[in-house]
Write a protein of this length. Structure first.
Length: 289
């Protein structure tokens, strides 16, 4: 068991190469859950140009000030991409920026990093620091395509796609850097409440892919308007009771989805974890890297 004083923060990265899948919403719910459990939490926005996580936290601060309620807040840092024209110099600058940011958040128990929906250097760099990588995806073959190429006739996995190969590369970077491993979790959002043939095909393809390249599947969030409404006040479903907002049946159902995701991820504070999770060797991805 790690010594509490020497334990580094557990780093959670939200990533994929597609927008609109719920990365920032998932990130904020993870942050709120950890804050409510009494942990000091750092938040890093690597998608500073769009800045959804930054706006979410800013909205939360404004709500706390406006309503006078005692909601816990993370320590937020937005890391800007380098504007240096030389690629190698830009990458060095981004390495330094993220390294300094992580050092500044070293007193936190957890650091949650939200990445951009592309494969730029800053996003790849964020992935390489992950202890836990969470990839939200909408329950469709469009989103599944970011993980693997699927045969249109048999719906079987042909090969891992570009994002899966990128994760494999960052797993190698992490292993060389500190012999660490990345526990990869894929969460399925917007699953229809009505079972369909398409849904079963996606489920089968994901199960096959999980075995081949080494990630875990977790339940995600349904298509609920409440998630978008909460953003304006910087709230999550875990804050509704403490914020004074009226609790509805929609809140209750959505909050159960949040808890199911948190349970599936199984996060513990660094000093509570007996051992780091061991990721399955992604030999299938290596063949295409």
């Amino acid at each position: 068991m790690a010594d509490k004083k020497s334990a580094r923060p557990h780093i959670i990265v939200l990533g994929n190469q597609k927008g609109g899948t719920g990365k920032s919403t998932t990130a904020m719910h993870l942050i709120a859950s950890l804050l409510h459990r009494g942990f000091k939490v750092g938040a890093i926005d690597l998608d500073a140009r769009q800045g959804t996580l930054t706006r979410y936290v800013q909205n939360r601060r404004a709500f706390v000030k406006r309503k006078g309620v005692a909601l816990p807040l993370p320590e937020l840092v937005a890391v800007q991409a380098s504007e240096v024209s030389d690629r190698k110099a830009a990458e060095r600058e981004e390495n330094e920026r993220l390294g300094e940011t992580l050092e500044g958040l070293s007193a936190c128990a957890f650091v949650v990093i939200d990445t951009a929906g592309n494969a730029d250097h800053l996003s790849r760099l964020g992935h390489s620091h992950a202890d836990t990588l969470i990839t939200p995806m909408n329950d469709s073959f469009i989103d599944l395509d970011l993980l693997a190429e699927i045969d249109p006739e048999t719906h079987k996995v042909i090969r891992p796609s570009q994002y899966s190969v990128m994760v494999w590369e960052q797993r190698k970077v992490r292993a060389v850097k500190d012999r660490g491993t990345i526990d990869w979790v894929v969460s399925r959002n917007r699953i229809s409440s009505i079972a369909s043939r398409n849904q079963k095909r996606i489920e089968g393809a994901l199960a096959e892919l999980a075995r081949r390249i080494g990630f875990r599947l977790a339940p995600g969030f349904g298509e609920r308007v409440i998630f978008r409404e909460l953003f304006l006040n910087g709230l999550t479903l875990l804050d509704v009771k403490d914020s004074g907002e009226a609790l509805t049946m929609s809140h209750v159902a959505a909050r159960q989805e949040v808890r199911a995701l948190l349970d599936a991820i199984g996060l513990k504070a660094p000093e509570e974890a007996e051992a780091a999770p061991t990721a399955r060797a992604p030999a299938e991805v290596a063949a295409y890297a």
